[in-house]
Design a protein around this ligand. Structure first.
Ligand code: DQA
Length: 151
């Protein structure tokens, strides 16, 4: 049976394609979703892909993930740098977590250097644009397989 993973996207990522393409690229979030789903299939991974501009909605999805998913890939966008609520929900999920950012957050304004999500993520992928999501799907597939082998 395929494992299912949750891919979560935070505020303003619904605007990809038009939002600062020099930083975030010209692909839309739908394009990214489609390539994640396609790539996941090759790795026997099913993907549920969501975006919200609302912190509480992201927290709700993370809370539910515990029962239904094998791992979480998250680009919490601006909430990365501010949200203890998202960090607490991620801790509670007890799932493997990969943090993704399209841009290299360490090369930008200093307020983007710190990440609450990093405190619980297994690994962080940033600066590779939309390809970072594919790298994250590969990384999480490997983590899930390693876990299955241990059982
Ligand atoms: C981002 C980086 C964040 O600092 C920013 O607030 C975003 C997008 C990225 O993918 O590069 O909205 O997470």
């Amino acid at each position: 049976m395929n494992s299912t993973i949750l891919v979560l996207n935070g505020p303003n990522l619904n605007m990809l394609g038009t939002r600062q393409p020099e930083i975030y690229g010209s692909e839309t979030l739908d394009d990214i979703k489609n390539s994640c789903v396609k790539h996941g299939k090759n790795l026997d991974i099913d993907i549920d892909f969501y975006q919200s501009n609302h912190e509480g909605e992201l927290v709700d999805w993370i809370q539910k993930a515990r029962e239904s998913y094998s791992g979480i890939i998250i680009n919490a966008a601006a909430f990365t740098h501010t949200s203890i609520a998202i960090l607490d929900a991620l801790i509670l999920s007890e799932l493997p977590i990969i943090e993704v950012h399209l841009s290299n957050i360490h090369k930008r304004e200093s307020f983007r250097y710190s990440s609450y999500v990093s405190k619980v993520a297994q690994g962080v992928i940033c600066g590779f644009g939309s390809h970072g999501y594919i790298l994250a799907v590969e990384a999480i597939a490997r983590l899930i397989n390693e876990q299955k082998e241990k059982i």
